[in-house]
Structure formats: structure tokens, C-alpha cells
Design a binder for this molecule. Structure first.
Ligand SMILES: [Zn+2]
Length: 244
């Protein structure tokens, strides 16, 4: 491209996407005089899901703004918490984020997850059909126009991924209300309802059960409970006090 040349500065959190800007945070690039600024920024490597605002010479512009020669562009991230208007906050996670999906469900956050790789078009279509925020580390997937909304997951570690999603979207937490296996809602269950899923020792030791309304899986405060309790306590303690 040898059209108008512009100067682009990236906020620190976005530099990870732009190898040429990693050192200084900015670069000069030639545009084609036709493409909108959103497209230009995306071509430089930043998923638009991560862009909170685009400024030209200090003034906010839309992604459709066609840059002119000599313009100085600033790319800002979202401010937290990021609001996603238009539907209740719910998520869709790709095949690589199973642990994060289970932890979100443990906290009662609606987190659909595809345990098999159904492909980017199908994932994007589901995000659109169910109005779910697509969570992924795949920038190609996050570039798909059909997505309802999306967010890049920056860390590869589930603890950091969870903290990041909670900080970014501040979802309402309702621990112990969702099935970690299928995302269905749990309801109270009697021992007789779930007896066929209990081993002898469990049957004798526990009296309080819940059951998934969708897949029927039984839940009780069993062997892994302390570990799960610790995840829940950490997550709840990390949230701002809503004064409730
Ligand atoms: Zn279930």
C-alpha cells in the first residue's frame, strides 16, 4: 500500500498483538485511502473485540473513519467493566477453554462450551444466535463479523483467565447454581432422586444434594469440595462490593 501514511499508537495492553509496535508502542503505516480505520487496525493485528475507542488527533472516530495522510491515531482498550448491551451477559467458549468454562459455571455464570472443534463458522453462528460473548485466544475467530460480541483471553493459565473475565465483564456471581458439566441449572434434590448415581459411602455420608435440570448429574459436597470452595471464595472476594 502506498496511500496516506498515518501514525498509530497502541495502548500498552494492546501491544501484544502488534509485533512491530512492541518496543515503542507505535508505528507508521501506509493505508490504501479506502479502508476504514477499524480494518486498518485489525490488519495490524489487533482484534476489534479488544478496541474500546479509536482517536484521531485526540478526537474519537468510528471504525469506518477513512484515515487521511498525516493523521495520528490512538488505539485504546475497553474500560472495565465492559458493558455488552442487548442481552443478558452470557458466554460461549471455544474448545481450548474447558477449564475456564467449568470455573465460570461453578460461579453460576452462563458459560456454553464446545468440547469438540465445530469450526469457527459454527461457533460464530452460535454466538450470534444465542447472543453470547465469544471467549477465545484465536484471533481469526474473533475477526468473524457474525459474532454477537467477543473477547480475547489473554492468559493461558485458567486462574488468570478467570480473573480477567471477571474483571472485564463483572458478571453477576451465583456460586453453586449451575452444572459444571453441561451449564444447566441445578435444583435441590432428595437422596432418592440421585440414589442411582451414589456410591455406597456417599449414600451414607451425605444428605444434601442438587441435580442438574438438564443432564441429571448429581452434586454434593464431596471430595473436591474444598478445592472448589477455594475457587469460589477467591472469586467472590475479588469482586467490588456492590453494597448488596
Ligand atoms: Zn448438567
Amino acid at each position: 500500500m502506498n496511500g496516506p501514511e498515518i501514525h498509530v499508537e497502541f495502548a500498552p495492553g494492546l501491544r501484544v498483538f502488534v509485533p512491530q509496535a512492541r518496543a515503542t508502542g507505535s508505528l507508521r503505516t501506509a493505508t490504501d485511502g479506502i479502508a476504514g480505520l477499524g480494518h486498518v487496525v485489525e490488519s495490524l493485528g489487533v482484534p476489534l473485540t479488544e478496541v474500546g475507542a479509536l482517536l484521531v488527533d485526540g478526537r474519537e472516530v468510528s471504525v469506518g473513519h477513512v484515515p487521511a495522510a498525516g493523521e495520528s491515531v490512538t488505539v485504546r482498550p475497553h474500560t472495565y467493566p465492559q458493558r455488552v448491551p442487548g442481552a443478558p451477559l452470557r458466554f460461549l467458549l471455544d474448545v481450548h477453554l474447558g477449564t475456564l468454562a467449568r470455573r465460570l459455571r461453578l460461579l453460576g455464570v452462563d458459560a456454553a462450551y464446545e468440547s469438540t472443534d465445530i469450526g469457527d463458522p459454527a461457533l460464530a453462528a452460535r454466538s450470534a444466535a444465542e447472543k453470547r460473548v465469544m471467549l477465545s485466544r484465536d484471533r481469526g475467530l474473533l475477526r468473524r463479523r457474525e459474532l454477537w460480541a467477543g473477547a480475547f483471553v489473554y492468559s493461558t493459565r485458567p486462574e488468570e483467565q478467570l480473573a480477567d473475565v471477571l474483571d472485564r465483564f463483572d458478571p453477576e456471581l451465583r456460586p453453586w447454581t449451575r452444572c459444571t458439566a453441561c451449564n444447566g441449572l441445578l435444583r435441590a434434590a432428595g437422596k432418592e432422586d440421585v440414589a442411582d448415581q451414589l456410591k455406597e459411602g456417599t449414600h451414607r455420608t451425605y444428605d444434601v444434594f442438587a441435580q442438574c435440570a438438564d443432564c441429571g448429574r448429581a452434586y454434593w459436597k464431596g471430595a473436591h469440595h474444598d478445592q472448589l470452595e477455594a475457587i469460589v471464595e477467591r472469586a467472590v472476594a475479588s469482586r467490588p462490593d456492590r453494597g448488596a
